[in-house]
Design a protein around this ligand. Sequence first.
Ligand code: FES
Ligand SMILES: [Fe+2]
Length: 383
Amino acid sequence: MPSDITQRPAPFIWSGKSLGQARSMPGRFYTSREVFEAEREHIFLKHWFFVARAEELRKPGDYRAIDTAGGPILLTRDGNGELHAFANTCRHRGAQLLEGCGAKRSIVCPYHAWSYRLDGSLLRAPGTQDVPGFDAASEGLIPVRMSEWKGNLFLNFDNDADDLDTHLGAYPELFASHRVEDMRCVFRVDLPAACNWKMLLENAMETYHTGLVHARTVGAQTSLTFPGGPNWHAIQVQSDVSTAVLDKSAPPPFPQIDGLSDIARKGTFFTLIEPLTQLVFAQDCMWWLAVHPVAADRSVLSVGGCFPRAYTEMPDFEQRARPYFERWEAVAREDVAILERQQRGVSSVLYRPGVLSSRDDVVHTMNTWVAARLPAHLVGGSA
Ligand code: FES
Ligand SMILES: [Fe+2]
């Protein structure tokens, strides 16, 4: 093993170098438990992340359990139609309350049957009648900060963080004409991925890989990078027809959304809202990638898709939408497969940061955003 390869300090990319001199990140950025724990503390627990669409909890009583970097969370719609987010954790001895999604009149803990209303208040706590000073009013489920932008529900574990509007900045303006507030979620799949959370999102923000990785599906694409904001980035794949379907020889199954802006008509926007959320705006739909970081080398990728409500009410909607569902899942699986290979590759003791191309520009921007929020000793120095 030549010592100069293993000993030589590698230059990293966040030191103000131009992209032409930038390199990919050191292996530990993707493999180290210490880096992952720092990301949990400084990134996952401090920033907004997308969890669901409001219409996924359409009726009073609906609930959805989700896993996050801060632990299991329960989304509910109470009897008055109000949405809530709570720790999915019993106030007795902490058992996880619900799994999956569905509808309930109340939430009953499967361990000792403490029960809660959908607004989180404690309903019954068997055997606590003789506990001196037991105050049911202060034993409700623990709420988590939630905010909604056009039907997109975001959570934040940090009560002192900026509000969601501030985090998003000018983002909503660029996508106003897609009117996602009128959309309905009709598709969801969760894919386990044996790779670091950042790989899933870096990959989602470059089209450099599409010709090879997606040779059998979307094929080669090119993209333009938009200026973005402090907490979001955007690229556009330009095409007159939606990139959400694979068969370009037939007319698209759905018409373009009425009233799209000139720029929105030009193609599909792939966007990242730091740190964990990709929203994609096409001429006829919106889809998302929401990443749940589990460990340095393990993640869960949730893919979801929405159409304008009027499309979902077409009598042959299911048939028209099927190619979109197939495309979303097939492309995501192709990405996961290559990223699991990337994870294995960067785990090599011989891996060294590689030269970035101009088509890795947003990868560079994203790496810089993450590195700026981690303690310097974890991201500086040599590989
Ligand atoms: S842990 Fe829930 S009732 Fe005991
Ligand atoms: Fe891809």
